[in-house]
Design a binder for this molecule. Structure first.
Ligand SMILES: CC(C)(COP(=O)(O)OP(=O)(O)OC[C@H]1O[C@@H](n2cnc3c(N)ncnc32)[C@H](O)[C@@H]1OP(=O)(O)O)[C@@H](O)C(=O)NCCC(=O)NCCS
Length: 141
């Protein structure tokens, strides 16, 4: 499976992957606007998944990560996270942060297995009422 950087022109395709993965999908226009923001980059494995990140001033953040339901548990999510972490390191980031719903067991397991630690909790952060777990991975070790 080949992983590549996704340009803003891919926003509609990424929105399709996002819609397949989330109950509250992001519109292509929102994704394109994010991708045009300084420090934001996207990586994709075509037809399987993508990750959208922002890296600014030594800190990086996973904005979203989506894997097609038919392609899960095959290492796509892990590969996207590791590739994003590698790019963030090369861009000078020392930490990679993310927020994940505390009832999203698949994502929590993925992040725990890729070196993230819980560093905070945001109560009732999501529209569903779920809390957000804030996680951090040190990139300099
Ligand atoms: C979370 C998500 C990105 C995982 O993608 P994936 O490609 O299936 O993950 P991987 O195959 O790379 O899994 C890597 C590891 O994560 C853990 N993991 C992933 N999915 C899991 C699940 N459903 N249950 C338990 N552990 C899971 C396992 O440790 C797995 O390793 P293993 O398969 O060797 O046991 C995918 O389920 C998804 O798109 N979910 C909906 C969107 C979402 O929640 N995004 C993250 C929001 S913060």
């Amino acid at each position: 499976m080949s992983l590549r950087a996704a340009p803003p022109e891919d926003a509609a395709v990424l929105a399709g992957l996002h819609a397949a993965a989330f109950d509250a999908p992001w519109r292509a226009g929102e994704i394109a606007a994010l991708m045009a923001t300084p420090g934001v980059f996207a990586l994709t494995i075509d037809g399987q998944g993508f990750i959208l990140c922002r890296a600014i001033a030594g800190e990086a953040e996973i904005l979203t990560l989506a894997v097609d339901p038919a392609r899960r548990r095959a290492g796509v999510g892990r590969r996207l996270v590791e590739a994003a972490a590698g790019l963030a390191v090369r861009g000078g980031a020392e930490s990679l942060f993310l927020e994940v719903a505390d009832d999203n067991h698949a994502a929590l397991a993925l992040y725990a297995s890729t070196g993230f630690e819980r560093v905070g909790l945001r109560r009732a952060y999501y529209a569903s009422g779920a809390d957000a777990v804030v996680m951090r991975r040190a990139l300099n070790s």
